[in-house]
Design a protein around this ligand. Structure first.
Ligand code: PBG
Length: 323
């Protein structure tokens, strides 16, 4: 029979009661906004599959970053579309590469905004893969040196954190060693430790013009059904010297976020990726959902699962909704 002493509804009656017993809180500092730097001046182009997200020339990205900081966003992560692409992704580690310029510009204009550099080659290679290609294969060890060189050039430009996302084995260790040798031992590594080969990256590849020219990324990014393997990836990155772990995508991998949270004590980030953003945007544009509520509920689920840091194209809107 119903035991009327137990009435969970008592604590749900008013906004004040609900606020009193709320278990998960989003804060402005939780969010990192991804931005896409491209060559040129005064250039701004909206990405068709990501309304509200743009390719921005360096002058524009500095303006955008300053405006985001003004809104209350505390960090950005930068991606770059280089002037030209080649087989070894030279633009990724060029001293005056587009991301290096964007980092310098943002750090001089908005020094208190945290600048994270995504460390990968896929936006800079003509074949669109995240490493060096030979005979149709993405070579692991040969790619490490280029990734390390990329991280060093980003840190030299002033990045506060480097974030390797290529999913090459040993990349965190290689980058740690290269940073240390270059006198950059104080730069933290946020490792995309658990990155799945996901269909949710589709819109990003339009934004970064980084779709692989042949094949796909399944021989280096993780197979989505695997959870135990995700723990192994995280463990290796911890051993190699990662400072922050990252799981990506976020909402279809909340179980993985929870598992990493339970097993590891490092700060944990989750990337609410382009496709996850696009799904909400599209339904909202059709008037089918309440965008703001769906956004907050989604971001809250990522935090509740155990993420401390959330990378999201909704960073500005989320911060605004909280204030
Ligand atoms: C680079 C990289 C990708 C994303 C972040 N870093 C693309 C990929 O692996 O194809 C995806 C981010 C998003 O979809 O928002 N390797």
């Amino acid at each position: 029979m119903f035991d009327s002493t137990q009435r969970p509804r008592r604590l749900r009656k008013t906004p004040a009661l609900r606020a009193l017993v709320r278990e998960t809180h989003l804060r402005p500092e939780d969010f990192i906004l991804p931005l896409f730097a491209c060559p040129g001046k005064n250039f701004r182009r909206e990405i068709s599959s990501m309304p509200g997200v743009h390719n921005l020339s360096v002058d524009e990205i500095v303006r955008e970053a300053a405006a985001a900081f003004e809104t209350g966003v505390r960090g950005v992560i930068l991606f770059g579309l280089p002037e030209s692409k080649d087989a070894t992704g030279t633009g990724a580690y060029a001293e005056h590469g587009v991301v290096q310029q964007a980092i310098r510009g943002i750090k001089s204009e908005v020094p208190d905004l945290l600048v994270i550099a995504d460390t990968c080659l896929c936006e800079y290679t003509s074949h669109g893969h995240c490493g060096v290609v030979e005979g149709g294969e993405v070579l692991n060890d040969e790619s490490l040196e280029l990734l390390a060189r990329t991280a060093v050039s980003q840190a030299r430009a002033g990045a506060d954190i480097v974030a390797p996302s290529a999913m090459m084995d040993g990349q965190v260790g290689a980058i740690r060693e290269a940073l240390d040798q270059d006198g950059l031992g104080h730069i933290p590594i946020m490792s995309y430790a658990v990155k799945f080969a996901s269909a949710f990256y589709g819109p990003f590849r339009e934004a970064a013009d980084s779709a692989p020219a042949f094949g796909d990324r399944r021989a280096y990014q993780m197979d989505p059904p695997n959870a135990r393997e995700a723990m192994r990836e995280a463990e290796l990155d911890v051993a190699e010297g990662a400072d922050i772990l990252l799981v990506k995508p976020a909402t279809v991998f909340l179980d993985i976020i929870k598992m990493v949270r339970d097993r590891f004590d490092l700060p944990l980030a989750a990337y609410h990726v382009s496709g996850e953003y696009a799904l909400i945007k599209a339904a909202a544009q059709k008037g089918w959902i309440d965008e703001q509520r769906v956004m907050i509920e989604t971001l809250t689920s990522i935090k509740r699962a155990g993420a401390d840091i959330i990378l999201t194209y909704y960073a500005r809107e989320a911060v605004r909704a909280l204030s």
